[in-house]
Ligand binder design. Structure first.
Ligand code: NAP
Ligand code: MG
Length: 475
């Protein structure tokens, strides 16, 4: 077999600095929290020290956002706001290589994904929303829909730059100002986005970017002068926030976890389905809220599909996130790696059959080999809980009704996939599936024009598309 020669992207492109500061009221400032060290999960090396917020800094940022809203941004015509948002989009494109390498260093995702998915999709979100800024009266939300005010936003570590774009772009387009907190393990790309925002000459205070851990997020979402909270993260924290905001009249949207069913019917083109299954669960190490983590296969094709799947997964290259040949990078943190290991052990203990790719793993860094569990039953923890790692649970079904019943047997409801040759079956199953996004003969396709969001414990509110504007408008 041919071996690939290593093809690493140079880490110099990331322009790493030894220290990073927070962005408040148009300036880079020292926070009064304890500085944090962000780590490269691919090597366990410290990348940089980042200054973090204390509650008083959160208050300063919210005040800056309020001033910017009252004096400038809330009154600015949409056609003017659009120019700034376009500029941010263009600057993301200009600095795309730097952002991609930085994202792979801080998060552990393969460079081919940060380069081809995260960064271009982040730019696309700004472009798309720039286009809406002067057309809000035509969005079907009334002739002159008004912004809400100051948005407090908290995002997770799995798509650090992209989640920042999903949050900031619609808020700006609709005339809101922003205070956002990236995750503790991945603050760097958001702080480079702050440089871009400064380069774009956005008026001071319109976007403020804090750093820190969950306590900073908690101080932000519970700040009384925040009009709207947007949170992406775990269902557990989502529930805490919902309780805090109940009765305050402040608006909330939540994008939480998932346990998506990816259903393969017996008439599906199996080789194509295998590619979609692999993309569904091994993209971004499976750190994807809408990952296709429960594969439901029609019994008559299950053996053939599993054999093809094992053969394909065996070819996935796991290792250095900066290597352009890497398919599966590093797990984002030691904590997440431990969580994956523990859940996988419950799969063994509950009697599922574990298959693990024999791929070599680097000696240093946090890595987990792609894993497929078969003989999984619905009651097992690996079929019910979000693993958030490169681990697939395979269940089987006999009839389409059984497939849909099993797919919907989850407290979540973020996404689902259907693989079949029959268009009528796609429409039938999609209608019955309790999931915010249903992909047919594809998986994990993201586009700023398509609303994304969940049912049940996956949260509420939509991001993207015309519907996503509603989350930031007083309608
Ligand atoms: P998490 O603990 O909920 O963290 C998400 C964010 O919230 C982080 O910035 C975190 O800060 C902050 N945070 C923690 N406690 C908080 C509190 N009490 N109040 C306010 N903010 C708080 O989730 P995670 O484990 O890092 O991320 C993985 C989870 O996110 C998965 O369950 C995944 O399904 C979900 N997710 C959902 C979507 C979606 O679109 N639906 C997208 C991505 C991820 P620190 O990180 O600094 O602790
Ligand atoms: Mg990191």
């Amino acid at each position: 077999m041919w071996e690939y020669a290593p093809a690493p992207e140079s880490r110099d492109i990331a322009n790493l600095k030894p220290t990073y500061r927070m962005f408040v009221d148009g300036q880079f400032v020292e926070g009064s929290g304890e500085p944090l060290k962000t780590v490269n999960p691919g090597t366990e090396e410290v990348l940089a020290e980042v200054s973090t917020a204390a509650p008083a800094d959160v208050d300063k940022a919210v005040k800056a956002a309020r001033r910017a809203y009252d004096r400038v941004w809330g009154k600015m015509p949409g056609s003017e706001r659009a120019k700034y948002i376009f500029r941010i989009a263009r600057l993301i494109q200009e600095r795309s290589r730097e952002l991609a390498v930085l994202e792979s260093l801080d998060n552990g995702k393969p460079i081919k994904e940060s380069r081809d998915v995260d960064v271009p999709t982040a730019a696309a979100h700004f472009f798309y929303h720039a286009g809406w800024a002067d057309k809000l009266g035509y969005a079907g939300l009334g002739p002159d829909p008004r912004p809400l005010g100051v948005a407090g936003q908290v995002i997770p570590w799995n798509f650090p730059l992209l989640m920042a774009a999903w949050k900031i772009a619609p808020a700006l387009a609709t005339g809101n100002t922003v205070v956002i907190k990236p995750a503790e393990t991945t603050p760097l790309s958001a702080l480079v986005l702050a440089e871009i925002i400064q380069q774009a000459d956005l008026p001071p205070g319109v976007v403020n970017i804090l750093a820190g851990a969950g306590d900073v997020g908690a101080a932000l979402v519970s700040h009384p002068d925040v009009d709207k909270v947007a949170f992406t993260g775990s269902t557990e924290v989502g529930k805490i926030i919902q309780r805090q905001l109940a009765g305050t009249g402040r608006r909330l949207s939540l994008e939480l976890g998932g346990k998506a069913a990816n259903i393969v019917f017996d008439d599906a083109p199996l080789d194509q389905a295998v590619e979609g299954i692999v993309n569904g669960i091994f993209f971004n190490q499976g750190h994807v809220c809408c990952a296709g983590s429960r594969l439901l296969v029609q019994e008559s094709v299950a053996d053939e599909l599993l054999e093809k799947l094992h053969a394909r997964v065996s070819t996935l290259r796991v290792g250095d996130p900066l290597d352009k040949n890497t398919d599966v990078g590093a797990i984002n943190s030691r904590e997440q790696l431990t969580k994956i290991q523990e859940l996988v052990e419950t799969g063994d203990a509950e009697g599922a059959q574990r298959w693990t790719s024999a791929c070599p793993l680097p000696d240093k860094g946090f890595y987990f080999a792609p894993t497929v569990f078969s003989n999984v039953s619905q009651a097992m923890r690996i079929a019910r809980e979000e693993i958030f790692g490169p681990v697939l649970s395979v269940l089987t079904f006999r009839t389409p009704d059984e497939a849909v019943a099993k797919a919907n047997n989850t407290p979540y409801g973020l996404s689902a996939g259907i693989w079949t040759e029959k268009g009528s079956r796609i429409l039938w199953a999609a209608q019955k599936m309790r999931a915010g996004v249903v992909w047919a003969n594809t998986f994990n396709r993201f586009d700023p024009t398509a609303p994304f969001g969940g049912y049940q414990e996956s949260g509420f509110g939509r991001e993207g598309g015309r519907t996503g504007l509603e989350a930031y408008l007083d309608v």
